[in-house]
Design a protein around this ligand. Structure first.
Ligand SMILES: Cc1cc2nc3c(=O)[nH]c(=O)nc-3n(C[C@H](O)[C@H](O)[C@H](O)COP(=O)(O)OP(=O)(O)OC[C@H]3O[C@@H](n4cnc5c(N)ncnc54)[C@H](O)[C@@H]3O)c2cc1C
Ligand code: SF4
Length: 548
């Protein structure tokens, strides 16, 4: 068992990776035909995850088949009980991929709330603010404010209109394989008791087999991770993540612009910032995003968001208003150098956030996810029709604006590993040189490998988060078995670190050890990055977001 170490300044340090169970590959990757499944279904193409990536893939594929007069049996699996309920984003959306996917529609037909007409970027101190010139990466003229839940529901309707079957409430839990090829997935069982035993009303897992399986599970995709590890697909840097905590407010005051802030309330050795977006003049989405390579073990993104709301800039906007929804989700932040070397293999492709297609300086992933879905659909269609290789998908992405955009900002997020101010100066130079400064690549550690400082601020519990979880709509069955896999004995300070890290108050550092209140989990996946492993649980568990 690893121990905490004395670090610089004689404060105790520990490395989260030393307390993290390994990815259970033997459990996640099983031979086709393994015992234990209930029903078996055969499809041509199976898509795991009904986010923008998975749904854009399904739409493009169904349309290609229709134009060609080919019959294709396409299925989409989604763990949320209804479409969009596990979707959370900012969101300011670049409409580029929508326009390509729906060439006959106008921007006004898309499920956007409003065009961005004004924007402002501020550097905050505890009580003050400086307006900064908007960096090119944060200019949003021509983009639209939207709710990802609404986008997903709209894309879902288009998908079903094309004859694709969307199975909601069905999490994929295991990859079915034959030799080194992926041939489908096995879903998670439902109706287990607390000890994991089947109950009379429960349901066994189902096997869905397909010629091609597209993994579009979003951030920290479990099966995508397992496939990369199993097939030893490297990336130049490990993937790194940020945690975003978001609230939706009905306000008395109206907001006429998109706002981003940097600085307070984040410590200088953490990377991140806030967003405040008007969905309607009196409906505001606001959130705080913080890189999970922060050094202070007591840092708590949920609490920092509560502090952020006390800043005069935000307090005035929220005065008299009401918080109507709350949620949290991670974002893959590593960019170009964290992309898996290939995003295709025998019988499988990786899309969207599951592959890491996010540009952090502009906080954009939705149009990259959709675009990757469309490229994958075209490669899958050709693969099924004439046997061409799925590597054509990699070729399309590599030759596209998706790879070019990520390459342009390749070191920007990474520069902030050296702290806020030095990172900011380097990022400015990168912007001025179009990404050419510095020559080379910043090396990163996985977030769990970054040493954490224990500090006197470490508190034992997180009861105040339970109210927030209520606003996520989470009504997971109380008697569900825990889907979070922790080491048996973790030191008290590591348990406290988990309790700060988890925005939903799932972890508690009790005298008897780490207590896990698993039903509270909102599937943000921060735990899988830094602590106990996340695994899929009974379908329909977790949040029920409406307009996140
Ligand atoms: C706080 C925050 C702010 C953001 N702001 C913006 C923004 O302003 N603009 C922008 O463009 N992007 C933004 N992003 C990024 C953007 O939301 C993502 O890049 C985008 O949603 C990725 O789409 P996706 O389809 O790959 O994944 P997701 O949207 O995450 O969809 C994945 C789907 O797969 C499902 N799933 C996962 N695992 C399984 C499983 N095992 N079985 C079945 N289903 C599964 C999930 O429930 C989910 O519905 C933001 C992200 C966050 C967290
Ligand atoms: S347990 Fe993990 S995945 Fe669930 S809400 Fe907490 S940090 Fe997020």
């Amino acid at each position: 068992m690893a121990r905490t170490e004395q670090g610089a300044g004689s404060r105790e340090q520990f490395i989260p990776a030393q307390y993290q169970p390994p990815l259970p590959l033997k459990q996640l990757i099983i031979p086709e035909g393994s015992e234990g499944a209930g029903d078996r279904m055969e499809l041509d193409v199976l898509i795991v995850g009904a986010g923008p990536a998975g749904l854009a893939c399904a739409i493009e594929l169904a349309r290609l088949a229709k134009v060609d007069g080919t019959e294709l049996n396409i299925g989409v699996l989604e763990k949320a009980e209804a479409l969009g309920e596990h979707s959370l984003s900012g969101a300011v959306v670049n409409p580029r991929a929508f326009r390509e996917l729906f060439p006959d529609l106008k921007d006004a037909d898309f499920p956007f709330r409003a065009p961005v007409v004004k924007e402002a970027v501020y550097l905050l101190t505890a009580a003050g603010k400086w307006r900064l010139p908007t960096p090119p990466s944060m200019r949003n003229h021509g983009n639209y404010v939207a709710s990802l839940c609404e986008i997903v529901r709209w894309l879902g309707t288009k998908t079903e209109e094309l004859g694709v079957t969307v199975f909601t409430g069905f999490p994929a839990a295991q990859l079915l394989v034959r030799d080194s090829a992926v041939v489908g997935v096995r879903t998670a069982p439902a109706g287990l008791d607390r000890e994991g035993k089947p109950t009379p009303g429960g349901a066994a897992p189902n096997d869905l087999v397909a010629n091609v399986t597209a993994l579009a599970e979003g951030t920290r995709g479990l099966l995508a991770q397992a496939w990369c590890e199993w097939q030893r697909v490297p990336s130049e840097n490990p993937q790194i993540f940020a945690l975003g905590v978001k609230e939706l407010w009905e306000t008395k005051q109206s907001l006429d612009r998109v706002i981003h802030t940097l600085g307070w309330p984040l410590p200088r050795d953490a990377f991140g910032g806030s967003f405040v977006y008007p969905l309607e003049p009196n409906l505001v989405a606001l959130g705080l995003v913080v890189g999970l390579d922060y050094r202070d073990a007591a840092l708590d993104v949920h609490l920092l968001l509560q502090r952020f709301k006390q800043h005069p800039l935000v307090r005035a906007l929220l005065a008299g208003g009401e918080m109507i929804e709350w949620g949290a989700k991670t974002i893959p932040e590593g960019g170009f150098y964290s992309l898996p070397e290939r995003r295709s293999g025998a019988g499988v492709v990786l899309l969207g956030d599951a592959a890491g297609f996010v540009d952090v300086p502009s906080l954009k992933g939705i149009h990259y996810a959709m675009q990757s879905g469309m490229y994958a659909a075209r490669a899958i269609f050709q693969n099924l029709k004439n046997g061409s290789a799925l590597t054509e998908y990699d070729g399309s992405v590599n030759a596209s604006y998706v790879a070019a955009d990520l390459y342009r900002t390749r070191n920007m997020r990474l520069a902030f590993r050296d702290g806020f101010y030095w990172g900011g100066i380097q990022a400015a130079l990168m912007t001025l040189t179009g990404g050419r400064f510095p020559n080379g690549k910043y090396r990163m550690h996985a977030d769990a490998e970054v040493a954490r400082r224990s500090s006197p601020g470490l508190r034992p519990g997180s009861a105040e988060k339970v109210d927030a979880v209520f606003k996520s709509g989470n009504s997971t069955r109380d008697t569900i078995p825990s889907h979070l896999v922790a080491l048996k004995d973790v030191p008290a300070e590591v348990a406290r670190f988990y309790s700060h890290m988890c925005p939903a108050g799932v972890y508690e550092a009790a005298e008897s050890g780490l207590r896990i209140n698993a039903p509270n989990c909102v599937d943000c996946k921060a735990t899988d990055v830094l602590g106990p492993r996340w695994t899929p649980r009974e379908g329909g568990s977790g949040p029920k977001y409406k307009r996140m």
